[in-house]
Design a protein around this ligand. Structure first.
Ligand code: ZN
Length: 162
């Protein structure tokens, strides 16, 4: 019985992700393949769903609408902040991605506009609202170790090394 991608397995894949216009936004080409623990929210939901049941060596191509990828854009997630809320030594620039800690864990936002002391920020994921296409080749599928299941992510090649 060949291993296939299912919950609690560790999948290792080569992948290329592109926008609808064909522009590639991320690829494992020329890098290590990506490993992830299936069913533990390591990947966007649609990516895992489309790969369920895939065997080693199998190639799949699929397109994910925003609801299966990074979600729809939320205009309420665009907010105005005062420059004083940022660290003094931070050199604010339009287009900058800023990481911060929140009560819900790490978050990131982008700076959309700076107008005097007023900074407009966007908490939407940079790929929110976008339809994304993926080409994926399954390189390996294996059982997860108890430690990986505990951590909720894959270890080793293409995964976390710690
Ligand atoms: Zn770990």
């Amino acid at each position: 019985m060949a291993d296939k991608i299912e919950k609690d397995k560790v999948a290792t894949v080569n992948y290329t992700g592109s926008y609808l216009d064909g522009q590639v936004f991320d690829s494992s080409e020329g890098k290590d393949p990506l490993s992830f623990l299936v069913g533990h929210r390591q990947m966007i939901s649609g990516f895992e769903q489309e790969l369920m049941g895939a065997k080693i060596g199998e190639k799949r191509k699929f397109t994910l609408t925003p609801d299966k990828a990074y979600g729809e854009r939320d205009e309420n997630a665009i907010q105005k902040m005062d420059k004083g809320q940022f660290p003094d030594d931070m050199n604010l620039e339009v287009g900058m991605i800023v990481g911060a800690q929140s009560d819900q864990g790490p978050i990131q936002f982008s700076i959309v506009a700076i107008d005097g002391e007023m900074v407009t920020v966007d908490f939407n994921h940079q790929m929110a609202g976008m339809t994304l296409s993926f080409q994926v080749e399954v390189v390996n599928v294996r059982e997860a170790t108890p430690e990986e299941l505990l951590h909720g992510h894959a270890h080793g090649l293409g995964g976390y090394n710690h």
